[in-house]
Design a protein around this ligand. Structure first.
Ligand SMILES: [Zn+2]
Ligand SMILES: [Zn+2]
Length: 288
């Protein structure tokens, strides 16, 4: 990252809330908010997703893996009851129907199970969750967020992490969000880091700061999807670095768009443990 970039980001952090609201208003006038599923323009009564699409996406339903949050029973149709959450189309109300909803996600307890992947993999992050499966509309949406210049979809995914992840987040009490950094060359090309865009929204929702500049990717790794499990780990070794002077608290939450094997989260967690973190958790927008 260039020095100029660093300065720009530092200046952005000191911007007041009022200025931020103005900025958001201008942005939504110039770039109207779009539905993350159909890409249609959202009306005022549809802050996150349009009415037509609210029934097309489903939260992962429990029981989920006590380690990574993957569904334990077949949810091939990524079918849980998202439609019940009418608040998703009208805006998530704070403390929405806590306990009254027929669907309640509770973090898995010690007696719960591991998914087949976590039974063999030794993850070094403590625990993780993801609200969606990386399938269908969600997959398309995340691809547009990443490659199609639709950073604004992060509003939807960040909010979904906050709503779905509430039971986990309340228990973990994380002090810092760390989005998985992309290599500066890739970020320059794309214009933003999709994980950071999601983490920024989540951070505002749960009032936890985000560290973006202090954690960086020093290795421009090959795309993980082309590699097998062991190759993924080797590919990632030494990929991340914490800049001198960056304070890493005890409880850290890694934020990313897709959780696949967990190799990326593990490698970043390893780096964070080496710099003062005691418990590293993961929140990913989707699970492959
Ligand atoms: Zn839509
Ligand atoms: Zn698992």
């Amino acid at each position: 990252m260039s020095r100029q970039d660093g300065e720009r980001k530092t200046a952005g952090k000191t911007t007041g809330k009022a200025a931020e609201r103005i900025r958001e208003r201008i942005l939504s006038a110039v770039y109207p908010r779009r539905c993350p599923v159909c890409d249609g323009i959202l009306s005022d009564g549809e802050p996150f997703i349009c009415r037509e699409c609210v029934g097309k996406v489903r939260f992962i339903r429990e029981p989920v893996c006590m380690k990574c949050g993957a569904p334990l029973t077949g949810q091939q149709e990524y079918g849980a009851d998202f439609r019940e959450r009418q608040d998703f189309s009208t805006g998530f109300r704070e403390k929405q129907d806590a306990g009254q909803s027929s669907r309640k996600v509770v973090p898995p307890e010690e007696s719960a199970e591991f998914c087949p992947k976590c039974r063999t993999a030794q993850h070094i992050f403590v625990q993780g969750f993801a609200p969606f499966l990386y399938r269908g509309e969600i997959r398309q949406s995340l691809m547009r967020l990443k490659y199609g210049n639709r950073a604004e979809y992060a509003r939807f995914f960040g909010k979904a992490l906050a709503v779905y992840g509430q039971p986990w987040l309340e228990r973990w009490k994380v002090q810092l969000l760390v989005p998985v950094p992309v290599h500066p060359a890739r970020e320059r090309k794309r214009g933003y880091n999709q994980a950071a865009e999601i983490a920024r929204v989540l951070g505002k929702e749960i009032h936890v700061p985000m560290e973006e500049d202090g954690v960086c990717r020093v290795k421009n790794t090959k795309p993980q999807k082309e590699l097998t499990g062991r190759m993924r780990r080797r590919n990632l070794q030494g990929a991340f670095q914490i800049r001198a002077g960056t304070r890493i608290p005890a409880r850290v939450l890694i934020v990313d768009d897709i959780f696949t094997t967990g190799a990326t989260v593990d490698e970043l967690a390893r780096t964070l443990y080496g710099c003062g973190a005691r418990e590293v958790y993961a929140a990913c927008a989707s699970m492959d």
